[in-house]
Structures are given as C-alpha cells and as structure tokens.
Design a protein around this ligand. Structure first.
Ligand SMILES: Cc1cc2nc3c(=O)[nH]c(=O)nc-3n(C[C@H](O)[C@H](O)[C@H](O)COP(=O)(O)OP(=O)(O)OC[C@H]3O[C@@H](n4cnc5c(N)ncnc54)[C@H](O)[C@@H]3O)c2cc1C
Length: 245
C-alpha cells in the first residue's frame, strides 16, 4: 500500500555556508525515515496571514545519517523561497516538510554497476547524497562525477569532493564554463559529446547515468550521452528549474 506522506515540523539544527550563494541547512526530523539517495523533501512555508509557498529540495545527506537530513539551497535572486531560506532562517527555526519523495531518480548500492553522475550547479545536491552513501556503504564499482559550474568559487562541496575523489574508484571532473583560476587543468567549456565520451570511457558500456541541473544542461547532457551510445533507459534525469541558465 502506498504510504501517505504526512507533513512534519523540521527544526533547523545547523546552517553551513557552501558558497557565496549556497547554504546547507541541517533539518532535525521527528519522523525521520530512511531515504534513497536522489529523493527530495517538500518544504512548506506559511506566513501569519496563511499564505503558503511550497518548494522541493533534494536530500544532500546519506541515509546512514539518522534523525536528520541536509538540504542545500541555492539563491534564485528574484525567488520567493530560496532567499528566505538563505537570509532569514536561523538555527532553531521550524517549518513544515514532507518526504522522502521520488522513486525514479534514485541510486543506492542495490543498483550496482559503474556509475556516471553529471551535475550542473545545484544539481550536484542529490548526486552528493549518492556519493556520500556510496562512501558510507563502501561501494567499490567505479564512479565518475562530471560537474559543471560557472566559476571555481561556485563549486559546491569542493573540499569534500576532493576528499572523496580517489576513494573507492571515484573520480571527479570539473568544467568551469565562465572563468577559470590561473593554471586550471580541468575542462573550461559547456558539456559536450567529446567531454562525455572522455569521462565515461573508463566506466565501460554497462554504466548507469544520473544527470541533474538546469533544464538546458540536463537536456544537452542526456542527448549527448545517447549520441555517444548510451541507451536511453540507462540515463535518469532530474530538472531543477525552468530556466536555461
Ligand atoms: C525535485 C526537485 C529538487 C530540487 N532540489 C533543489 C536543491 O537541492 N537545491 C536547490 O537550491 N533547489 C532545488 N530545487 C529547486 C527549488 O525547488 C526551487 O525551485 C528553487 O529554490 C527556486 O525557488 P524560489 O521560490 O526561490 O524561486 P521562485 O519564486 O519559484 O522563482 C523565481 C524566478 O526564478 C525562476 N526559477 C525558479 N527556479 C529556478 C531554478 N532552479 N533555476 C533558475 N531559475 C529558476 C522562476 O521561473 C522565476 O522566474 C529542486 C526542484 C525540484 C523540482
């Protein structure tokens, strides 16, 4: 029987800046249930006059961490909810959440096989839950993260990704599309077929791919993966926003 998701009151237990425009909120949940990496929660904010706004936020943390989840929120400059979560919410605040939600864009150790993750901007958030779970569960099948950001400063989770890269067969490749620091050795262009081919080659033909980010990036990367020979049923996608940025 399908479980009906109840709203519950999350308490903000910690707030950590990730970049200038991105923060991670740790939410303590009275009715925490284990999630599958890739799933999200709905957040509902209700004003004193009863006006409510609801948005989805991917779970960034691994299911091995019990009782709480991390969500990582990027500022959409003219947005209604994300600036509130970044600028107004403080530790101890409470708001409604429900989840975990989603059964398609999920990966855990039971999926197995070589893993390709492709992220654009804050699309790295659900992929981070997969990588944290992969590390916690000691999964050793090879994995690659291809992560597109505009600048080096906009890379989310950079130090942790550097730490995870090289462990259990994970390699991380960055592409910086707008500006690169002096001496940058990574990619410096939008994701294209040649880049996808290079990153996926060591994984062999049996990989499963998860692509998440702005709609334009997701479509370009998923189409590119098909063009380089990956069957469509091995590519799972999640789109975060309406814009092509
Ligand atoms: C399944 C799912 C998971 C998500 N996970 C995350 C996450 O982990 N972290 C995160 O930061 N966001 C995530 N999002 C996006 C999030 O739900 C909100 O859409 C986002 O925070 C913007 O909300 P807002 O109220 O600030 O902006 P709104 O008031 O909804 O929008 C303001 C303006 O910005 C545009 N806009 C809205 N969203 C985006 C976007 N993502 N990119 C560019 N323009 C946009 C709108 O069209 C509008 O013009 C996820 C979305 C989905 C569907």
């Amino acid at each position: 029987m399908k479980r009906t998701l109840e709203w519950q009151i999350a308490v903000v237990a910690a707030i950590r800046p990730e970049t200038a425009e991105v923060k991670t909120l740790t939410l303590a949940l009275p009715n925490w249930t284990p999630h599958r990496p890739g799933q999200h929660y709905d957040v509902r904010l209700t004003a004193d006059d009863g006006y409510a706004a609801q948005r989805s936020y991917s779970i960034a943390s691994e299911p091995e961490r019990t009782g709480e989840i991390d969500v990582t929120v990027e500022r959409i400059a003219d947005g209604e909810v994300s600036p509130f979560l970044l600028d107004t919410v403080v530790v101890g605040d409470r708001f409604e959440v429900r989840g975990p939600i989603g059964g398609y864009f999920v990966w855990d150790e039971s999926v197995g096989g070589p893993l390709l993750l492709v992220a654009g901007g804050s699309g790295v958030v659900p992929l981070m839950a997969m990588l944290r779970h992969r590390a916690a569960a000691h999964v050793s099948a090879p994995a690659r993260l291809l992560y597109s950001a505009r600048t080096y400063e906009q890379i989310i989770y950079g130090p942790e990704l550097d730490m995870l890269a090289g462990q259990n067969g994970l390699k991380v490749a960055y592409t910086l599309t707008r500006a690169q620091p002096p001496g940058w050795k990574g990619y410096a262009r939008r994701i294209d077929d040649a880049m996808l081919a290079e990153v996926t080659k060591p994984l062999g033909p049996n990989l499963v791919a998860y692509v998440c980010g702005p709609t334009a990036l997701v479509e370009a990367a998923a189409d590119g993966l098909e063009r380089i020979g990956l069957p469509a049923d091995r590519i799972r996608t999640e789109r975060f926003g309406p814009s092509g940025t």
